[in-house]
Design a protein around this ligand. Structure first.
Ligand code: ACM
Length: 691
């Protein structure tokens, strides 16, 4: 259990009753209030409420909420029986009220407990539900509830998790199991990435080929399929792997989520990430050929007919106000040469293919708005002009979301750096292969979605935050849970709790317990207590002969990952487990790394070397050839080493040093590393170490 002290140390709004009531006979229970996400305000009282089998639950709320909350609590570990009216002064009372002092959010609640019972008040059923989650967490010993007054409400209205069910399909039972946990930690949106090249996952009655064919492939696992022939197969093919949700399955998931006050948001990708559709229905692509185009033809009216018909069925199934239309990473090459797309651009006065994409998004937004729904899309929907009412989901950093907010739109923040849960959460060599990147629980927890630069008005447009689990490298349900937890719980606290109440050491302590609880409940979380942590080399700067010496770039570094600019390779700072940590410098040209370091005077040199990083999922590879030379005058160079290296796509993240050792004198050090002929890709180096 997290110590109470650690909770009250940082939160101005926490009142340390132990101090206030100094001398009184309080409170062994004080240390056991252990609520995640951490509530807005807790005031300790004296005593506690002893739970007993005869406790009753009385709910004063509209019928629909009463039914949901009653059923939920009867099934909960407390197994409370419903009372028709408040007959006893002993028990748990939930009351929906019209106003509640200190609470403005419909999802907020006030919980008061004393020796007689527990009263939860809220402005809505959702608020009562969240009060109950806090109660369940407080009662997890099954014996007593400490006397407290909690006032709690969320920082953000939108607290989401995204699950990619295209790259690997996850059963409705799995989805429902995750809903149980998400609700327990006050998450209120589940975004399902239902369609992508790897498989279409929702039954659409009007387009049966989507699920007879585009939902199946002859490989259960995404990686060999994606790096192989990427062919789909018929559902009745004995090799078929994959699946889809029937419309009844969707209704079941949506209803189950609603009973947990979670809205399910469907994502139907357009105009890109749609190879499975343009293969099942090739007439929707620019070239009318299967397996050729990842994007819909925007010049073709049939595309709009298809998308609208799909969305009609989708809207029938999902009551969510938001419908996510993807919009990310669309290949636009075919549009440039497609007569229909060109004709559309001419007719509509569109200057470029970005505006053509924007034409599609705006048209789909009009369609959704006509059906009383709002469009949500990845931040690429900003390109070519944002649709008038759209909400932006910011993933390529925070800029897209902030830009949308500055333009008066809502934004949901899910920047890869903090919110993508498909990255490694510990030293890669200790982990199952992941797509790349290194995102510890601490890193996820450190995210604050609201930068100081936003005005009060703009802050209102920040709708919330979401954790995303992409599943290219996540083939099984156990593995998905392993990637989700406990990092998704960190997202829950980022999304719910006040920034000033959050503290990493306190959260970590709670997270260690949550991991154990999740295991007991049959989940498969990451083993936080045995975490290895950061790359040893990255923990302290390194001293060497080239430290802070000038580097001449014969071939330029890649500006996408400049790290510390021209100081990177000699600043003494070594990289961590990810090339995204701004300590690794990237080289993407055919020349790879080609740099000359000036040591300023001739020195005795015993070794020259550099570490490279491979992340094959991201096309980051080891070099194929390394050449190291030295010179006294920068004119005549003596070659010290020429190393040939066999590069393979196998494995996930790897680190390797390529260097020379011996005895020489040098003023200039020329280090070259060429990409391999077979795989090419990007090279990443953190430091050229000369000793
Ligand atoms: C995304 O990660 N392509 C939204």
């Amino acid at each position: 259990m997290a110590s109470l002290l650690s909770k009250v140390m940082f939160g101005a709004s926490f009142v340390l009753a132990g101090t206030q009531l100094a001398g009184c006979d309080s409170t062994p229970e004080e240390g056991s209030l252990d609520i995640t996400p951490i509530p807005s305000e807790v005031v300790w009282q004296k005593g506690s409420f002893r739970l007993s089998a005869s406790d009753k639950l009385y709910i004063d709320a509209p019928e629909e909420d009463r039914a949901i909350l009653g059923a939920y609590m009867q099934a909960s570990p407390l197994k409370l029986q419903l009372a028709d009216e408040k007959t006893a002064d002993q028990g748990i009372v939930l009351r929906q009220v019209k106003t509640l002092e200190g609470i403005t959010s419909p999802e907020g609640y006030v919980l008061r407990s004393n020796s007689k019972g527990v009263q939860i008040e809220a402005l809505s059923g959702a608020g009562l539900f969240y009060g109950l989650q806090s109660l369940l967490q407080m009662a997890d010993d099954g014996e007593s509830i400490p006397a407290v007054e909690i006032k709690d409400e969320p920082r953000f209205n939108y607290r989401g998790m995204m699950l990619d069910v295209s790259r690997h399909f996850f059963s409705k039972e799995f989805v429902k199991k995750q809903i149980d946990i998400l609700a327990y930690y006050k998450i209120n949106r589940l975004h399902l990435h239902l369609t992508d090249a790897a498989g279409w996952r929702i039954e659409i009655k009007k387009y049966p080929r989507l699920t007879e064919f585009a939902a199946w492939r002859p490989s259960a696992v995404w990686k060999p399929w994606w790096f192989g022939d990427r062919k789909y197969c018929e559902q009745n093919d004995p090799r078929a792997k994959g699946g889809f949700y029937t419309q009844d399955d969707i209704r079941e998931i949506v209803a189950y989520a609603a009973q947990h006050y979670i809205t399910v948001i469907p994502e139907i990708e357009m105009p890109g990430h749609s190879e499975e559709v343009t293969t099942a229905y090739p007439e929707l692509s620019c070239t009318n050929e299967p397996y050729k185009q990842g994007s819909f033809c925007v010049g073709n009216e049939k595309t709009f007919e298809f998308l609208e018909n799909v969305l009609l069925e989708v809207m029938e199934l999902f009551p969510s106000k938001y419908i996510h239309i993807g919009g990310d990473e669309a290949g636009k090459g075919a549009w440039k040469v497609c007569p229909k797309c060109q004709a559309r651009m001419k007719k509509e006065g569109l200057k470029n293919v970005e505006e053509l994409q924007s034409y599609l998004i705006k048209r789909m937004e009009r369609f959704l708005n006509e059906h009383d729904r709002n469009l949500l899309g990845w931040d690429e929907i900003l390109e070519g002009g944002l649709a008038p009412n759209a909400t932006v989901m910011s993933w390529r950093g925070t800029e897209g979301g902030l830009k949308a907010i500055h333009a008066g739109h809502h934004a949901i923040m899910t920047p890869g750096e903090f919110c993508y849960l498909d990255a490694y959460q510990d030293a890669p060599s200790s982990q199952p292969e992941a797509i790349g990147g290194y995102r510890t629980l601490e890193k996820v927890y450190s995210y604050n979605p609201i930068p100081d630069s936003l005005t009060i008005e703009e802050r209102r447009l920040m709708h919330g935050v979401q954790g995303n689990l992409w599943t290219e490298y996540v083939p099984t349900p156990e593995h998905a849970e392993y990637m989700l937890y406990p990092r998704m719980i960190a997202i829950a606290e980022v999304a719910w709790s006040k920034q000033e109440n959050r503290s990493w050491p306190d959260f970590k302590e709670r997270a260690l317990n949550i991991v154990e609880e999740l295991k007991q409940k049959g989940y498969h979380p990451f083993d936080l207590k045995n975490q290895i942590g950061d790359r040893e080399e990255s923990k302290a700067p390194i001293q060497h002969l080239a430290l802070n010496k000038k580097v001449r770039y014969v071939a330029a570094a890649w500006s996408n990952y400049p790290a510390n600019g021209e100081a990177t390779l000699t600043d003494g700072i070594r990289g961590n487990w990810t090339y995204q940590d701004k300590c690794w410098q990237a080289f993407i040209s055919k020349k790879g790394v080609d740099v000359i370091i000036d040591l300023e005077k001739e020195m005795d040199v015993k070794s020259i070397g550099a570490d490279f990083m491979q992340a094959s999922g991201a096309d980051v590879f080891m070099p194929g050839k390394i050449i190291i030379s030295v010179s006294a005058d920068d004119k005549e160079y003596t070659q010290l080493a020429e190393i040939d290296n066999k590069v393979s796509r196998d494995g996930g993240i790897a680190f390797k040093n390529f260097g020379w050792e011996g005895k020489t004198k040098a003023r200039y050090v020329h280090y070259q590393a060429l990409p391999s002929k077979e795989l090419g890709g990007v090279l990443f180096v953190d430091e050229i170490v000369v000793k």
